[in-house]
Write a protein of this length. Structure first.
Length: 286
């Protein structure tokens, strides 16, 4: 069954099919033909029964009603040796369907998997298969607001790839750019993307986020400060909610909503009450 991490990556390509083109051109430095439209197509690449071959996502590039290029996108979380027998089938079956060039783009959040996938394999005779591979270090670091707004899905992918990097300051800059780009989207995408960004931050970045917000880092806009506060409150709310559950058992959705709406100051007060509270209501207060 696909994991949440796997589906989170695919969501970005479903929402912006041209993201695959941007990654191949900009991150991998490869040439692709000019096109007018990028479409999500059927990922069913079965040609011979009873075997079934289903890729993660298939993207077709079209110009004037004619397909000019196909891209099979695979999100790979671990090393699976059988993929080397299946991936060439994806590419050849899609090539036969479109009658144009086709490539495979492997996207992985794991550098070890990226190294494993970066190879050329013989498929027999003089035929060889080489996929495009993009690990987290290859994803562009999007920190400029203009670029993030131009490609919100790339900005979110950047935050997901670099949220746990060794440099927490850089990780926070990328996260803020992605959050700012996400706010202008429709409500569903905005909410999902902000959650993905915040959940991608490593512990060091979260700690630095709180420190910078109060001491060392001067942000250039009220918007950035707003989202620093949002990130701090979100992390604090999750911690307080876990403490309430550990102390008093399962809490209902109304209490959960109350905690999520609380400010950092209010959450601190609840945390202090937890030290002596005998009941859930004592901890929550008025």
């Amino acid at each position: 069954m696909p994991s949440q991490l796997h589906e989170s990556h695919l969501l970005l390509f479903r929402n912006q099919p041209a993201l695959a083109v941007e990654l191949i051109r900009d991150a991998l430095g490869e040439e692709l033909p000019e096109f007018r439209e990028a479409r999500i197509a059927s990922a069913d690449l079965t040609e011979v029964q009873p075997a079934e071959y289903r890729a993660d996502i298939v993207i077709e590039l079209w110009t004037d009603g004619v397909p000019v290029y196909g891209i099979v996108v695979e999100v790979q979380l671990s090393e699976v040796s059988r993929k080397w027998f299946v991936w060439p089938v994806y590419v050849m079956n899609l090539r036969a369907r479109l009658e144009c060039p086709v490539a495979l783009l492997i996207v992985t959040p794991d550098e070890a998997v990226a190294r494993w996938a970066t190879r050329t394999v013989s498929v027999g005779g003089q035929n060889y298969f080489t996929p495009y591979v993009l690990g987290p270090s290859g994803v562009p670091e999007v920190t400029e607001d203009a670029r993030a707004r131009e490609s919100p899905e790339l900005a979110v992918l950047s935050a997901m790839a670099h949220g746990r990097d060794a440099d927490p300051v850089r990780a926070i800059e990328i996260a803020i750019a992605a959050q700012k780009a996400s706010v202008g989207l429709d409500a569903d995408r905005s909410r999902i993307y902000v959650d993905l960004i915040m959940n991608s931050l490593g512990e060091a970045a979260r700690e630095a986020l709180n420190t910078m917000a109060t001491q060392k880092y001067e942000f250039q806009s009220d918007f950035a400060r707003k989202y620093i506060a949002l990130g701090e409150a979100s992390g604090r709310a999750a911690l307080v909610l876990r403490q309430l559950i550990a102390r008093f058992g399962r809490v209902d959705s109304e209490v959960g909503d109350q905690i999520q709406r609380a400010s950092v100051a209010e959450l601190d007060v609840i945390g202090e009450r937890l030290l002596t509270a005998r009941t859930l209501q004592d901890a929550l207060g008025a």
